[in-house]
Design a protein around this ligand. Structure first.
Ligand code: AMP
Length: 222
């Protein structure tokens, strides 16, 4: 099944996508993660993308769209995929429809996560990621802490805070961009009849892992 994750930063898209991927075997394709890998290896793409990412701005489509297309053509994405962080604009959504139709495919489910804004900012400040590029497990010092502070449960590597999560100005900028450019996608996919909106909030005790289990149960029931 071809799935897209929608939702502002810090709503738990990565957690939900990772869980669905584990349960189904479909790869989680995170554009932010691909960019961060390229930045850490100082590739040409990474150096260029970092100019935008460090300020909390979107990387231009000329870089992002071909990168996604070549990832979607890889053999592991042929049975299904979970796109996490793409599309982020209507133009990207249209580019995705176009590339999928060339491949004889379409988007089948869009999971839209909603979280109260105060919780989002808190989650972004308390998010930690594994520094091992082959692991990349995500933690939260409040909601989902590692067993040993600063160390990944899965692989034992040190955890760190993402650069763009350290800067409150970059966080605000990313949320502004989400409202302005990404939230119109909610209507775009609602009109196609494939949108599933879920609230992720500690206040109602409904977190990413709960949403993910519900979605996997529905996929398995089909
Ligand atoms: P994320 O890990 O999804 O929060 O992405 C981190 C950063 O990578 C974003 O703030 C953007 O600068 C960049 N990025 C990720 N996905 C996209 C995309 N689809 N289009 C443009 N920029 C992106």
């Amino acid at each position: 099944m071809n799935i897209i994750m929608l939702g502002a930063q810090g709503t738990g898209k990565g957690t939900v996508a990772g869980f669905i991927s584990q349960e189904t075997g479909w790869p989680q394709i995170s554009t932010g993660e691909i960019f961060r890998k390229n930045i850490s290896h100082q590739t040409q793409l990474g150096i260029e993308a970092d100019k935008y990412i460090s300020k909390g701005n979107l990387v231009p489509d000329e870089i992002t769209v071909p990168m996604v297309k070549s990832r979607l053509l890889q053999p592991d994405a042929q049975e299904g995929f979970i796109l996490d962080g793409f599309p982020r604009t209507l133009q990207q959504a249209e580019a995705l429809d176009e590339m999928l139709s060339e491949m004889g495919k379409k988007v089948e489910l869009v999971v839209n996560l909603e979280t109260p804004r105060e919780e989002i900012i808190d989650r972004m400040m308390t998010r930690r990621v594994c520094t091992n590029p082959n692991c990349k497990e995500t933690y939260n010092t409040k909601l989902h802490p590692p067993k040993v502070e600063g160390i990944c449960d899965k692989c034992g590597s040190p955890l760190k805070q993402r650069e763009d999560d350290k800067d409150p100005k970059a966080i605000e900028r990313r949320l502004e961009i989400y409202e302005e450019k990404t939230s119109p996608l909610i209507d775009f996919y609602k009109q196609k009849g494939i949108l599933r909106t879920e609230t992720v909030s500690i206040a109602i005790n409904h977190l990413g892992k709960d949403v993910a289990s519900e979605i996997v149960a529905d996929i398995n029931a089909k």
